[in-house]
Design a protein around this ligand. Sequence first.
Ligand code: GLC
Length: 541
Amino acid sequence: MNDFTRAARWWRDETIYQIYPRSFCDRSGDGVGDLAGIRAHLPYLRELGVDALWLSPIFVSPMRDFGYDIADYRAIDPLFGTMADFDRLLEEAHGCGLKLLLDLVPNHTSDQHPWFKASRSSRDDPRRDWYIWKDPVRGSDGSHHPPNNWISNFGGSAWEWDEATGQYYYHAFLASQPDLNWRNPDVRAAMFDVMRFWLDKGVDGFRVDVIWHLIKDDQFRDNPPNPAYSPDEPEIHRTLQVHSADQPEIHRVIAQMREVMHEYDERLLIGEIYLPLERLMHYYGEEGTGVHLPFNFQLIQCPWRAERVAEIVDEYEAALPPGGWPNWVLSNHDQPRIAARTGERQAAIAAMLLLTLRGTPTIYYGDELAIADVAIPPDRVQDPWARQEPGTSFNRDRARTPMQWSAEPHAGFSVVEPWLPLTDDWPDRNVAAQRGRPGSLLSLYTALLRLRRSHAVLRTGAYRRIEAGEDIFAYERGEGADRLAILLNFAAQPRTASLPDAYRGGAILLSSDPARSGAAEGPFRLGADEGVIVAPAGGNR
Ligand code: GLC
């Protein structure tokens, strides 16, 4: 029996909630969030109705890239607490029915990791080949140059010169984040043991950082230029990453990761992958050899128009391999927040979309309050990418600002000034103010999550597009006789939707407009920025 034929897996039914631990809640009083802060808010997460928490990295790190530069994979950074704090968080999360996913960062370590320190200590060190070292290209004057044209994702050459040993090492991100050599079986074995360490503790799975980067071209050929590049884009887009990422051998590595996961029951492997749709789909692998969920970022960068969003959903559904389970993401710690892209009123439509499409949704903390991007004063910029490429890239700090809990000082996030600023309207845009308030986005999220629980069809029912009219994205979720229609008005003006006959006179299960009442009539008048979920007449209440 392979994975595809096994009974439904929990992640098909459940909702993931991403926590950026620095920004969720600070209990130690240093302005940076921590594990105790997350633990304190488990009741909130239960009440909201999410099922699995994914924590961005919490491991020992010099924090040059805020935890995505790990110096010890098996220890908690003191900034976030201790291993005892972690164990307690895991136990209490499980105790209240929440799963816990960790961020696995296997592509690179910190330059402070003992592996790298050993590797750079001498060309003969047994760990030399754990990283990617290359001889320089020599100029006629004896000068040294990088071995190829690969560019760091954060700008500049991806090669760092090491004077002491006379070679370059490769780093896809910061120079302080050297890439591991995944062609080396010892590296694989070491990282698989890291996975086992956390799986043995009982974590429910991993989100694997930049998984498509792990294997690079074995001949280290130059990447071709990108003909569409414009200089206001981040420098990484100057070339096409044909040879530096997404190599065929990656799928064997992922299959091996899955073998590790198979040693345990029901654990989830998610891959962070930014690739065009047809490339992305390969990461499902065959017969359960790929990641369970290759993160689907199709909605993260698209224009917010009904037509386009509908097209994206249709294309994605059509491209899925047999047995591949979909997933949807609107925001994360690297991208502009959804409310910044759509505006406050459309944030409700985004929520309805995310939580009613077929596939596992991942909610980014704070999106349930429509926290938008926060302007960061130049002297408070933290993001190393923004520092390295000022002016060209999105400053990721804008999407990493603290969760806003209450009207207490510092929004109840901390007792001191937080590491990043709050939204200007935090005294009203916070959990305490929005909880239970009719018409608040938080109430809508809570209601949607409740509806997902009570209506199996929203979790596993098939998706079918309905033609409902301009500016409206409408679809049906159905399983046998169980059906629901979802109508989303992407316009800031009212629109009339044509409604399939079966739904005429049906009950409106949920609307983003708390004033909405009555049954669904056809033609159906949707308010500006309104979304509704409708049951067919006589069924599915
Ligand atoms: C991933 C992370 C990002 C980090 C990068 C390097 O893209 O999401 O935050 O900077 O990997 O680890």
